[in-house]
Design a protein around this ligand. Structure first.
Ligand SMILES: Nc1ncnc2c1ncn2[C@@H]1O[C@H](COP(=O)(O)OP(=O)(O)O)[C@@H](O)[C@H]1O
Ligand SMILES: [Mg+2]
Length: 406
């Protein structure tokens, strides 16, 4: 006797359901923080893998920590409630899941765009695409050619302002693109005090609140770096670049993200932001290990650190990382960065996605009646902005010793 299929009920919000049911070639679930984006993307992937057992699909997260902590967490919880957790095969070395019916799901990260190449895909789900490089986005779009699959790609993300590259590509529904907009209040599982806290902390109606609570593309007013232009300033250094000096910069964080940046100055005096690490809730030992790894990889001569935590600087030194206090005068630092953007002597590699997104959203404080005060930056969207400033000022302190090729 064949056992009757087990009935399971999973409750999605109306907007999540529209996203799950969409057949558009590209479907976007655009929403604020905790709007149920990753949940919906993980469920979409499982449903596609079940519906199309003869092809491969791919789930792409911005980075390994986000893949592990967000996507895989939602995927395994959902797989458990669907009765798949003990029947799917998870090949850890290839990072590929095979469902009992045959559908396959590759797990990949956009921080390693090369890993998106090679596979022929029937469908794909991309989480937080505003934290991907445009290159990774293009690579993924180019993989959807398997005739056994629907060749649909689904993106879930919080927008990062109208200056961000996603705005021109993914903000408006059109032929082949369906955009579904969700508020954080559309997530049926969040308690009321969560919304109250977000409203209080970000300020109802503020640009950052509209981004994080309503999931809108915000035209940030009073940008600290209006000179920043994706097309002009996001670039790769030529492969034969000779580096006069490579330094690092550190902003400490815990609930707010901390970040490490590696910056190189070429022999023509241009500064390139070469690499970034951006994480929440990591102890200083973890940061020191990351800094030591980057020091070896890039031959970093000196790390310029947010001077507010002298104990952390001492911990870096104990771990053998050359660390010192950064010059922290805000306005001269901002003027130095802005001047370099203006005369095209500061560039960011596209892999440094948080630096790119914060350049487009880092604002001056505004008074309650909306007047921009161009003397104090807002203390949001600044976790990668402070270390850019420390780095640019650090080159003033750190005279190049010898020129070398990395
Ligand atoms: N339809 C739903 N039913 C139950 N829980 C949900 C649903 N949608 C989201 N959640 C839960 O809400 C929380 C936030 O959702 P998540 O997808 O992580 O949000 P986002 O990715 O938009 O920040 C997670 O704990 C997730 O499991
Ligand atoms: Mg998420």
């Amino acid at each position: 006797m064949v056992a009757a299929p087990r009935q399971i009920t999973i409750r999605a919000s109306a907007k999540q359901r529209r996203f799950l049911d969409s057949r558009a070639a590209t479907v976007v679930y655009q929403g604020g923080a905790r709007a149920g984006k990753t949940w919906a993307g993980a469920l979409k992937a499982l449903l596609l893998a079940q519906a199309y057992p003869h092809c491969r699909g791919m789930i792409v997260a911005p980075s390994y920590p986000m893949l592990r902590q967000a996507v895989v967490a939602e995927l395994t919880t959902l797989a458990d409630s669907m009765g798949l957790l003990h029947t799917w095969q998870w090949n850890k070395s290839d990072n590929e899941i095979t469902l009992p019916g045959g559908g396959r799901i590759l797990l990949r990260t956009a921080s390693n765009p090369g890993s998106l190449l090679g596979a022929t895909l029937g469908w794909a789900v991309g989480d937080e695409v505003a934290l991907w490089s445009r290159e990774a986005y293009n690579y993924l779009q180019g993989r959807l050619s398997d005739p056994q699959g629907p060749r649909q790609v689904a993106f879930t993300f919080t927008p990062k302002g109208t200056a961000h590259w996603t705005y021109s590509l993914l903000s408006q529904s059109r032929q082949g693109l369906e955009v579904i907009r969700a508020l954080n209040r559309d997530n049926p599982s969040l308690p009321e005090d969560y919304f109250e806290r977000i409203d209080r902390e970000l300020g109802v109606g503020s640009p950052i609140w509209r981004q994080e609570a309503l999931g809108e593309y915000v035209a940030f007013e009073g940008l600290v770096y209006p000179q920043f232009d994706d097309e002009r300033h996001v670039a790769e250094p030529p492969p034969d670049t000779v580096w006069a000096s490579v330094i690092g910069a550190v902003d400490w964080g815990w609930t707010n993200p901390g970040s490490l940046l590696v910056l190189g100055m070429d022999i023509e005096g241009r500064i390139w932001v070469l690499d970034e690490v951006y994480e929440t809730e990591q102890p200083v030992e973890w940061w020191a290990a990351e800094a030591a790894r980057l020091t070896r990889q890039y031959k970093v001569a000196q790390w310029f650190c947010d001077p507010s935590e002298p104990g952390n600087i001492a911990a870096f030194r104990r771990a053998g990382v050359p660390a010192t206090r950064a010059l922290n005068e805000v306005i001269p630092g901002i003027a130095a960065v802005a001047g370099r953007l203006q005369n095209d002597t500061l560039y960011v590699r596209s892999c440094c996605v948080h630096v790119v997104s914060e350049f487009g959203s880092y604002c001056w404080k505004q008074t309650r009646d909306g007047v921009v005060r161009a003397d104090q930056p807002e203390k949001v969207n600044d976790h990668a902005m402070d270390p850019v400033r420390y780095g640019v000022m650090g080159f003033l302190a750190h005279r190049p010793v010898e020129a070398y090729v990395l």
